[in-house]
Design a protein. Sequence first.
Length: 73
Amino acid sequence: MAVQIVMDRTGDSRYLFDPASPAQVAEAERLFRHLTDRGFTATARVAPGRLEIIRSFDPGVEESVFFPRLVGG
């Protein structure tokens, strides 16, 4: 199972999907596009404590973490 973790001001939400399921992959890709279109930064966990920014959906990524755009003032 792969997981997409979405961080926001309330904490985090986790969305699991099976990379072998075309329907679940399509839904995971839809969520990826929805979040990145809204300004979230998408990252892939490549090692413990290490994330890399990703610009396109890859169903082979086991753990994606999405961070909201920071707003300063």
